[in-house]
Design a protein around this ligand. Structure first.
Ligand code: UD1
Ligand code: CA
Length: 462
């Protein structure tokens, strides 16, 4: 059978006042990506030909964030000027979907945990000539109180959805709740939405009314069920944190299923795009920001913070290392404790093991960067580059004032302040010369002791 053409309407005009935020709620982040971005990423594999994103006035950045999350979707932002309810919001997509024939999925923009698998099941339920015109995704929740209840008939067809406030005491006992996700035959959708009236407790146009309206028109309606965790909506900071927890649990399981070892999974924080190769080992309390790629066999010891970095196979990172955007760690390289690396390539087998800052730099293969080395990359105006050649040795507590180049195989003496290029294989010493004054310390101590005794005697007399 030919794959159905799919269009998606995403409802995201809600303000999210309970977030108490200056930003629209769907721009808040989970696992390093906006909530709306997660929704778009779940949709993308279905390859919909159109996506209508319903936003409120002055929510341009919501459309931008949606577009940034995936390059594969053609997203049409549609502004709902007045927030008159979910039915009214969906109706705003009519122009954007003009001429479209196929399956229309309607979903909410504030539910970042929805999965592609669930949406695929929904589309499959709508396929075939006998399929119901409207299919709702139902869920069974521990506390059904705020949700719309699904009234299911004797034939197991869906008869209508009744919102909590409009429900009879009998209907409130129904535990099958509307998740807010629908699939509708495009031939009927806008006809049904056009018939929705705001005659209910909230005086809103309810999307959920399309079920009863379809039945009245002699169209069949059905439902599938999915785990309620997929539909956790974000309305408050507490719900944001809860959704983050679910997302992290999912990402950790996926990382382990792909062959990474997480010693203490619940303390490792992953980003939506974190890539861990097979046999990568991640110790406790490691945090991954977006854009990290870790090859197989890499060992990341506890308490590291890693963002926008790539780590090649066999490298060892941490404990307590910080890799910032643009850090590229080569094969079998070592980055140790209290080392910060930013926009720098540490080539194969190089070692930066203790207390160092390497920014805007290259550390050549097999070079050894001693404890306390600092690349002075910023003069308050511009950033400059430090190039450390292959096999070079940088003595402890050196300052490399960029732009500067340390030749291959060169040695920089400990405590140096290097302001000029060092030729290959040279020794660079750039510090005050040592002078030993014989007996000086002993004489100094004797003098000070005598002075102290004198003052003590005087104060005794007083
Ligand atoms: C809705 C459903 C309810 C379901 C619940 C699941 C209706 C009438 N009720 O209720 O059956 O159990 O979701 O969470 O649909 N939105 C707009 N424009 C509007 C109104 C809403 O874009 O004018 C968007 C919101 O941004 C949100 C979504 O639609 O993403 C749902 O709206 P919300 O007000 O949260 O609906 P609920 O009352 O939770
Ligand atoms: Ca809601």
């Amino acid at each position: 059978m030919k794959k159905p053409d799919i269009a998606v309407i995403v409802l995201a005009a809600g303000l999210g006042t309970r977030m108490k935020s200056d930003r629209p709620k769907v721009l808040h982040k989970i696992a390093g990506r906006s909530i709306i971005g997660h929704v778009m990423a779940a949709i993308a594999p279905l390859a919909p030909s159109r996506v209508a994103l319903i936003v409120g006035p002055e929510m341009d950045d919501v459309a931008a964030a949606a577009g940034a999350a995936t390059k594969d979707l053609r997203i049409t932002p549609v502004v709902q000027r007045e927030r008159k309810g979910t039915g009214h919001a969906a109706l705003q997509a009519q122009k954007a979907l003009a001429g479209f024939v196929g399956e229309v999925l309607i979903l909410t923009g504030d539910t970042p945990l929805m999965t592609t698998a669930m949406l695929e099941r929904l589309v499959a339920a709508r396929s075939g000539p006998e399929a119901p015109a409207v299919i709702d995704v139902g869920m069974r929740v521990p506390d059904p109180n705020p949700y719309g209840r699904m009234v299911v008939g004797a034939d197991n067809g869906l008869e209508r959805i009744v919102e909590m406030r409009d429900a009879t005491p009998q209907e409130r006992k129904i535990d099958l709740c509307n998740s807010g996700v629908f699939a509708v035959d495009s031939r009927h959708l806008f006809d049904l939405l056009g018939q929705v009236r705001p005659d209910n407790a909230k005086n809103e146009y309810y999307l959920t009314d399309i079920v009863g309206l379809a039945r009245r028109a002699g169209l069949a309606c059905g439902y599938i069920e999915a785990p309620h965790e997929e539909f956790i909506g974000i309305n408050s900071r507490a719900e944001l944190a809860m959704a983050e927890g679910f997302m992290q649990a999912r990402l950790r399981l996926a990382a382990m299923a792909a062959g990474a070892t997480l010693t203490d999974p619940s303390t490792v924080w992953l980003s939506h795009d974190t890539k861990l190769g097979p046999d990568a080992t991640v110790g406790p309390s490691v945090i991954f920001g977006p854009g990290v790629e870790v090859a197989g066999g890499v060992e990341i010891l506890g308490f590291c913070h890693i963002e926008g970095a790539s780590i090649a196979k066999g490298a060892r990172i941490g404990p307590f290392a910080r890799l910032r955007p643009g850090a590229e760690i080569g094969e079998n390289a070592h980055v140790g404790n209290f080392v910060e690396i930013k926009n720098a390539r540490v080539e194969a087998g190089a070692k930066v093991n203790h207390l160092a800052y390497i920014g805007d730099a290259r550390v050549g293969a097999r070079a050894n960067v001693g404890a306390g080395t600092i690349t002075c990359n910023y003069d308050g105006f511009v950033k400059a580059f430090t190039d450390i050649g292959e096999g070079a040795f940088i003595g402890s507590n050196s300052a490399l004032v960029a732009p500067v180049k340390i030749g291959a195989g060169a040695i920089v003496a400990a405590g140096a302040v290097i302001t000029r290029d060092v030729p290959p294989d040279a020794l660079a010493v750039a510090r005050g010369r040592q002078e030993d004054k014989s007996g000086w310390a002993k004489t100094f101590r004797a003098k000070r002791a005598a002075e102290k005794a004198k003052t003590a005697k005087r104060s005794h007399k007083d």
